[in-house]
Design a protein around this ligand. Structure first.
Ligand code: AMP
Length: 208
């Protein structure tokens, strides 16, 4: 399966991706996770990306497209990919189509996890992640329920940055909904429910 997960920040893309990985073992590629690791390592990419990320703005298309072109060279991607947070602009979507065509691996679907912005603001401001395994939880999790690791709040999960991220999503990323509808690849699920219920619809929508 080669799929794109679409949806506003906090819609549940990472959570649904984790469930798909657990059941199907398909590699999960999150550009946000790759960029956060690069920032932590203070690599050249991380140094370039940090300012954009801290402000909740998009990292320039060229950097992201180069990053993904490299990632697609790794052999694990041959068995399929779950793309989370990429593409985020029409330029990135067109570049992805070109990459997939070159690799002769057509995209099966773009799955939109649909959640209203007001729900997102509350969700993101109370979101916490595990430092060890990346588990996505809430402020109610004193430690990671999966591995016992320490939970932390992402630098960009504060209200001002979240509001900017939602604006950026509305302006730059939401046009991809029509882009994928036009290619007959769009599948929509209601994301404002318990993640396990959403997952039932995700699998049905993807024909899994
Ligand atoms: P995420 O973890 O997907 O919410 O991404 C966190 C941040 O990383 C975003 O707010 C952007 O600054 C940056 N980012 C992640 N993916 C992309 C992308 N495809 N294009 C541009 N910036 C991105």
């Amino acid at each position: 399966m080669n799929i794109v997960l679409l949806g506003a920040p906090g819609a549940g893309k990472g959570t649904q991706a984790a469930l798909l990985v657990e059941e199907f073992g398909t590699p999960h590629i999150s550009t946000g996770d790759i960029l956060r690791a690069a920032v932590k390592e203070q690599s050249e990419l991380g140094l370039k990306a940090k300012g954009y990320m801290d402000a909740g703005n998009l990292v320039p298309d060229e950097l992201i497209i180069d990053l993904m072109r490299e990632r697609f060279q790794q052999p694990d991607t041959a068995k399929g990919v779950i793309l989370d947070g990429f593409p985020r602009t029409t330029t990135q979507a067109v570049a992805l189509d070109t990459m997939m065509a070159e690799l002769e691996r057509p995209l099966d679907a773009a799955l939109l996890i649909d959640v209203e912005p007001e729900v997102i603001i509350n969700r993101l401001c109370s979101r916490r992640m595990c430092k060890e395994c990346g588990y996505i939880g809430t402020a109610a999790d004193a430690s990671c329920p999966k591995c016992g690791g320490e939970m932390y709040q992402r630098d960009d999960d504060n209200e001002a940055t979240v509001r900017n991220r939602l604006d950026v999503y509305a302006t730059s990323t939401s046009p991809l909904i029509d882009y994928y509808r036009g290619c007959n690849k769009l599948v929509v699920v209601d994301g404002d429910r318990d993640p396990k219920e959403v997952y039932v619809d995700v699998k049905a929508g993807l024909g899994l």
